[in-house]
Design a protein around this ligand. Sequence first.
Ligand SMILES: N[C@@H](CCC(=O)N[C@@H](CS)C(=O)NCC(=O)O)C(=O)O
Length: 283
Amino acid sequence: MTNINLVSEYKCFDGKLGFYSYFSTTSNGEMRFAVYQPPQATQKPVPVLYFLSGLTCREDNFMIKAGAQKWASKYGLMLVAPDTSPRNTGIAGKNDQWDIGTGAGFYVDATEEPWRSHFQMYSYIIQELPTVINTKFPTEPNQTSIFGHSMGGYGGLMCAMRNPQLYKSVSAFAPIVAPIECSWGQKAFSPYLGNNQKTSHEYDASQLVQKVGYHSSILIDQGTSDQFLTGQLLPNVFEQACGKIKQPLNFRYQAGYDHSYYFICTFIADHIHHHVKYLGLID
Ligand SMILES: N[C@@H](CCC(=O)N[C@@H](CS)C(=O)NCC(=O)O)C(=O)O
């Protein structure tokens, strides 16, 4: 059985926030993640909400800045925040740019050298990490949802649509909804996935939703003063794709908000509320 190492632990809203590391077979190296266990978890298994972070983030950004623990404690929800890529892989050039390589795994399973021996973030998020979490923590394994920000907002949408049976609900802050159409996505997909159009489309939220839809309403918040809005995030592409298939979507433009965690912490309570409803914690 996998051994996980506790790096540090803090009491928080009567629950426990822990940072962990372990050897990941999927990533072929050390991976780190953070878990917030609400106080209810000492008495009974609880549902789990995964948060996937954006470019340059580690496992701690969300836990430090989003202010989600207060609500997770109230409702009895476990929060899990993985790192955004493997680190210390030995891959040449892995740290040279902030939007590819370390901190920029894009939640895909790389098929190309030199990335593919470590950068398997899709399988890591949907298979290995939940197995570790469900083995080591008091979870209700069938009560799981996912959300995220920017690259992680895209990752959450994509993982949920490809695995509707695994996730009861999905939401996103300022997601990169059409990675195949923006330069962040193109820059990463080409070295990770080669030029296989079919594979790229299977990782593109706007392509996916038209093909498979999603079983519950999707909540998205997007700041109107987000510096990446028109160049990278392309929300209208996803809105149009959802419109075509009548996918229930609650897309909220939030006036004056940017791309930062100041935006995320403003609306975090609404997102937690969205998920706890689908996870059966409230009516
Ligand atoms: N480094 C980039 C920005 C990267 C960025 O905005 N990252 C977002 C996710 S896409 C983030 O969450 N950063 C970490 C933080 O704010 O804690 C730049 O210089 O433009």
